[in-house]
Structure formats: C-alpha cells, structure tokens
Write a protein that binds this ligand. Structure first.
Ligand code: TMP
Length: 257
C-alpha cells in the first residue's frame, strides 16, 4: 500500500515526499496530454521510458557541470530528486521552426533558424501557459533578472550539449522545453535544472527520414508514440532492462477537439 505523502500531481508526473528532508520522489505516469489537457490518453509504458531517458540526459548534463535536481533513479517509474521551488516559467529553446513558432510567424516547419531562439511561457494552466517577455517576468516578480540570466545561460548550454548528443545518434533536436528551480544550500540559492527532459518535451526528428520521434505523434494523432520513444531510448543506449510491457496501445481518456 502506498502511504507516501503526495506533494503535487501534474499531467504526466506525481511528486511524493522523499526519504530525507529536502528530497522528493518524482513518479512518471503513462498519461499523455496535449493542448492544455484537452486531449488526454494513457500510453502504456511511456512513464517507464521517460524516466530512463530523463535519467540518462540529466546524468550526462551533471557530468558537464549543469546543476540539476536529479539524485538517482529508484525504480522503473521513479527517481529521487532535490526539492526545489519551481520558477513558474517554461523555457523553450528552438533551433528549427516548428509547432507554435511556425504557426505564429507563418514559417514552414523545418526551416533552420539563423541562431537558437529562447522563449518564455508563464506556467499557468488557467491561462494556457501564455508566452511572456522578460519584462512581464520581472514586473510580476515570477523571477529576477539574475535568475533569468542564469536560466538562459543554462538553457543554451543544455541546447549545445543535447544537439550533439542527439546528432550522434541520428536525431535532430528541433526544440525543447525546460524548467528551472531555486535550490537552497544553507543561505546560498542557485538556479538548477528541474522537471524532466524526454520526448514529451522535445521535438526530435530522425536525421535521415525526418520521422517524428516525440510527443507530436500524440498531438497530431500519428500513432506509434511508444515505438518512437523506444527507438530514442534504444539509440541513447538506455533501453536494456526497460522494455515496457507490450501494451494494447493508447487508450483515449478524453478529447474535446
Ligand atoms: P510549441 O512549438 O508547441 O510552443 O512547443 C515548443 C517545445 O516545447 C516543443 O518541444 C514541445 C515543448 N512543449 C512542452 O514541453 N510543453 C508544452 O506545454 C508545450 C506547449 C510545449
């Protein structure tokens, strides 16, 4: 029986109280949502794959000196993390036009951007995570100019590293979303990478075929999401013990569209 105290439940993850003060357990669910949860399905095995892929990426990022909340993986669906105060921003880095950028500016998907672009979205489900500028962020005290500078510098380092990591396994990193948190060590606070990095929050295209290997397969009703995530895990070398049970395929929970 699960007696752990649940601290927070999001669309794809649950946070439980951790074994030590200042730690939490991050549990990856099989839920997939899109369009602010208007569309929702359960995809058997997705949480297991995202747990492993995110563990792999966070470990590699720690190795190059990017501070993260990751401590260790506990089991197939859970990892031990440092508790942070989440900065309420989604930080998106784009290398190639796709998704909302293509829509907003009328750019053909796949158009390379002259240089990487960073965008900020205010994390607020009721408002549908609107795009905001640094002035909104500081005026409304969601974050400070110094934290924004730190988050942007980290986001660009993460982009450089992940672009190379994925290129090495034949995948183009089109764009991704990250979240940062404030972590206190005594009186000292630093901004560290939190949440997850997985095909749920990246656009990953196969270099040769252009096939989508990310959550756009769900957003756009293309099917084959688990197979695509498995292929990402396999190429990153993390699939060994994680083969998810052969599911019966996605179960649509709700769709208002
Ligand atoms: P977008 O083109 O829809 O703005 O998405 C940009 C990137 O951010 C893409 O890799 C998907 C990711 N993303 C999330 O992780 N969560 C979200 O809620 C949204 C809208 C995008």
């Amino acid at each position: 029986m699960n007696k752990r105290r649940r601290i927070y439940e999001g669309k794809a993850k649950i946070l439980y109280e951790g074994p030590e003060p200042g730690t939490l357990i991050q549990h990856f669910k099989d839920d997939a949502t899109a369009f602010n949860a208007e569309k929702h399905a359960l995809i058997d095995g997705k949480g297991v794959l995202n747990n492993r892929i995110s563990e792999h990426i966070f470990t590699k990022l720690e190795d190059i000196g990017v501070p993260t909340h990751f401590i260790k993986r506990l089991n197939m669906r859970e990892q031990l993390i440092h508790e942070v105060e989440i900065i309420p921003l989604e930080v998106v880095v784009r290398n190639v036009a796709a998704g909302s950028l293509s829509k907003r500016l009328g750019l053909e998907e796949g158009t390379a951007l002259p240089r990487s672009i960073i965008e900020f979205y205010y994390k607020n489900d009721e408002l549908g995570d609107p795009m905001v500028t640094e002035e909104h962020i500081t005026d409304f005290s969601w974050s400070t100019p110094q934290e924004i500078d730190e988050a942007m510098a980290l986001a660009l380092r993460i982009n450089d590293f992940l672009t190379g990591l994925f290129l090495g396994v034949g995948i183009k990193l089109v764009d991704f979303k990250v979240e940062f948190g404030r972590h206190w060590d005594g009186d000292a606070m630093r901004v560290i990478l939190a949440d997850e990095i997985s095909p749920d929050c990246c656009r990953l295209w196969d270099i040769d075929s252009g096939d989508k290997m990310d959550k756009d397969r769900f957003r756009r009703d293309m099917g084959g999401l688990i197979e695509a995530y498995q292929e990402v895990a396999r190429r990153l070398g993390v699939l060994n013990e994680t083969r998810p049970p052969p599911g019966a395929g996605p179960v649509l929970v709700s769709s208002k569209s």
